[in-house]
Design a protein around this ligand. Structure first.
Ligand code: PAZ
Length: 389
């Protein structure tokens, strides 16, 4: 029987130029002497990834904006932070209808941006399109809709409600100040490959800043992706109807019963025929933190975040990342407690837990001041339930 169109993007794609490139790389790698320094391998992996995965269509425009922004602040001898924020997507189709997403609302990144601005940094905010932004985050949340803060004023005007106007004015002034002094540049990304192309370009532009450049990597970055050579061009189909039509040219043809009911040996629970399932085969996204630290921005100060759900591995994973990539700080957080506590893991220093007191819903939504605690982690079970997102 004919195969389901489900499989096409992952198992039946004709050999494409990208695939050829991958094969060439495999052949090249097998010729590489085993004593090849790890740096050269990292450079090869980088070349391969960035040539096989096309850049976002706005990359050139974004690079021009970033260059101008960085040069402007460099000339003023100002410190500059690149904040990455929000989750990256993994498209399943080139003309993307379906994608896998990564958890992150952008709260950490958008809130941190306000604090960095307050501390005098210029902020380049590389964020997932439509995730939370500095300042507007106070009024774009589902529970903080900006319309709820407004009322009708005299002569058909719209004004802030009296009880909200002091806080709104405060946020508005900070926002205007950042905008008028050209202190904040917003650059959006969507997919994992958009993100990596943008990150690499901006990090390289930041090189002349030396240690005045800080990279604060709070985005939630996909670990697995569909390489372009295995990606379907069109929307993945959920029936064989399009296949049958293409084969017969007859819009009224129906798939034969056996085409719809294909069970095979791969099925561990054959209650649903394999032809009706979507089997997704993902490759690991190469780890580019080493390339970032050693090549893209070798003098920059680099802070990465580590998100886990299992409290028993968080510090271990954060320490592992720090040792492996030799950067300045890993901030670890757990999904369930990320709004109250984080752990700072840095070279040659004990782990340092930082926590904030719990705030009830409805209390001012500006970020609370941090309270530093001694080196003892909170027991997540002792924490109150997370507030709704
Ligand atoms: O954006 P948000 O406030 O909802 O979540 C922030 C976070 C948990 C994504 C961030 O703190 C983080 O840990 N980023 C790194 C995620 C990762 O390990 O890839």
């Amino acid at each position: 029987s004919s195969r389901s169109p489900f499989r096409l993007p992952f198992q039946q794609c004709p050999r494409q130029p990208d695939r050829q490139k991958a094969d060439n790389l495999t052949a090249m790698l097998s010729d590489i002497p085993s004593e090849t320094p790890p740096n050269n391998l990292a450079a090869l992996a980088e070349d391969h990834y960035f040539s096989a995965n096309p850049p976002p269509k706005d990359l050139e425009k974004h690079v021009a904006l970033a260059r101008e922004f960085i040069n402007y602040h460099s000339a003023a001898n100002r410190r500059l932070v690149l904040i990455t924020s929000g989750g990256t997507t993994v498209p399943l189709e080139k003309q993307t209808v379906r994608f896998i997403d990564n958890f992150s609302a952008g709260t950490r990144g958008a809130t941190s941006a306000e604090y960095f601005l307050e501390a005098g940094y210029a902020v380049l905010f590389l964020h997932r399109q439509f995730s939370l932004l500095p300042f507007s985050r106070h009024y774009s949340h589902a529970t903080d809709c900006f319309l709820d803060f407004l009322r009708e004023g005299p002569n058909g005007s719209v004004v802030a409600r009296d009880e909200d106007s002091a806080k709104m004015l405060h946020v508005l002034r900070k926002y205007r100040d950042a905008r008028d002094r050209n202190m904040l540049l917003l650059l959006p990304f969507v997919s994992i490959s958009d993100y990596l192309h943008e990150l690499r370009s901006v990090a390289q532009l930041m090189r002349p800043l030396g240690p005045r450049g800080l990279l604060y990597l709070a985005a939630a970055v996909s670990d697995f992706f569909v390489p372009p050579d295995r990606m379907s061009e069109h929307k993945i189909q959920s029936t064989n109807a399009a296949d049958v039509f293409k084969r017969t040219g007859d819009a009224n043809s129906r798939p034969a019963a056996e085409e719809e009911e294909t069970f095979d040996n791969f099925d561990s629970s054959p209650s649903v025929p394999r032809s009706k399932r979507l089997v997704i085969d993902l490759d690991p996204v190469p780890k580019f933190l080493k390339n970032l630290v050693e090549g893209w921005s070798p003098q920059g100060m680099i802070v990465s975040f580590k998100l886990e759900t299992d409290p028993t591995i968080l510090v271990h994973k954060a320490r592992y990342s720090l040792d492996r990539y030799q950067h300045h700080l890993v901030i670890g957080n757990l999904l369930s407690t990320r709004k109250w506590e984080v752990v700072f893991v840095s070279p040659g220093a004990p782990d340092r837990w930082i926590r904030v007191p719990f705030r009830k819903s409805g209390v001012a939504s500006t970020a609370p001041a941090l309270e530093t605690e001694k080196d003892e982690p909170l027991d997540p079970k002792s924490l109150p339930e997370a507030e709704p997102e």
